[in-house]
Design a protein around this ligand. Sequence first.
Ligand SMILES: Nc1nc2c(ncn2[C@@H]2O[C@H](COP(=O)(O)OP(=O)(O)OP(=O)(O)O)[C@@H](O)[C@H]2O)c(=O)[nH]1
Ligand SMILES: [Mg+2]
Length: 420
Amino acid sequence: MDQFITAFLKGASEKNFQQLAMEFLPQYSALISKSGGMLSPETLSAIHYALQEGRLSDVMNQIQEAISAAENAVLEVAVIGESGTGKSSFINALRGLGHEEAESADVGTVETTMYKTPYQHPKYPNVIFWDLPGTGTPNFHTDTYLDRVGFANYDFFIIISSSRFSVNDALLAQKIKDAGKKFYFVRTKVDSDLYSEERTRPRTFRKEQVLQRIRDYCLSNLTDIGVSEPRIFLISNFDLDAFDFPKLEETLLKELPGHKRHMFALLLPNISDASIELKKHFLQEKICLEALKSGAMSFIPFMPFISGFDLPQQEQCLKDYRSYFGLDDKSIEEIAERLETPLEDIKGQLKCLDFWSFVKDDSIIARARSAGEAFCSVKGGLGSSVVQALKVYYMRTQFLNVVVEDAKHLLRKMETVNIA
Ligand SMILES: Nc1nc2c(ncn2[C@@H]2O[C@H](COP(=O)(O)OP(=O)(O)OP(=O)(O)O)[C@@H](O)[C@H]2O)c(=O)[nH]1
Ligand SMILES: [Mg+2]
């Protein structure tokens, strides 16, 4: 999208809006992850048309609205299943919490989830996971269940089982579908299925075959009880990177409305390079849209001058990125503890902690100047506000690249502990 930002500045200054609109859609599609970005199809085409007709204030407003909607999105996820199937463990995993942490959902071998209980995400207060009483409890009545749990508020339902799904699960799925909501079946504890299978049949054990058997079994179990084309994800709450959890993430992202995707992507655990990259894509999209918005602003007559390169704001941005990728101070301390390595050693390995090294990095300013100069030569006076916008763009891109690099580095370190 670097290319598009410069193309935009040039195209807008030459009033070559047709060309610009033509380039926008393919470049935006290349930027967003395969799970989609934060713009809804309607917003995307509104931006496209506004560009085509040179209505830059509409471009700016559309982008601003989309960013605000993404930042303020509320997400409520319902997790349903019989007692002991791993609902609380699943919720804790998505909230990035260990079972022993104070705010985590209770995990145990006795029936701990008797009432519907909300669990707020520790970093994203607008995200709530609801631990709902299971379909197997005596109080379960399919006809009244959804009303009792207030189904209208949930963005989607996760129906969990650690063995076979019940007729009640199937009935509930049908009701959820009738109510126009999405549901996904999650089969937990596949790690222990594999473990037992390997213990009992060590010579003939084939991991993929066992997983396929569980999948086929769940499929026929659900079709037998009346769910057509069920989507089932096999997972282990103890090892999210293995099995179908990444596929579940991708599916949920794809099926959420655009403005809710950004928030959901940010909360996903950093379990692999792929999940870190996925999150990076969403943040890159936001950086680009913000740059485009600032670029558009600088062409609008009488628009107040874009505020300068505000250091505290940039420092906060770096802090936010660190937090999204689990590199905030508290997380780094926890990692040092788990790695049994002195905190200072870990800190010494990370490049994202030193905000001033970014500020002093002349190459960022130089890139912004040279990209801005091409524009200034055409546009003259207003050029400095473009240079400000470009500086923010390059600086944030650099923050993101470094934070991502550090997150992958620590992930690798953590993997060595998990293997040991
Ligand atoms: N091996 C394995 N054990 C799991 C998994 N998920 C949960 N467990 C264990 O299963 C037990 C029950 O997990 P919970 O998360 O408390 O289940 P729950 O559905 O919330 O149970 P209730 O609150 O009683 O309804 C605990 O001992 C967990 O550690 C998993 O994916 N694999
Ligand atoms: Mg529970």
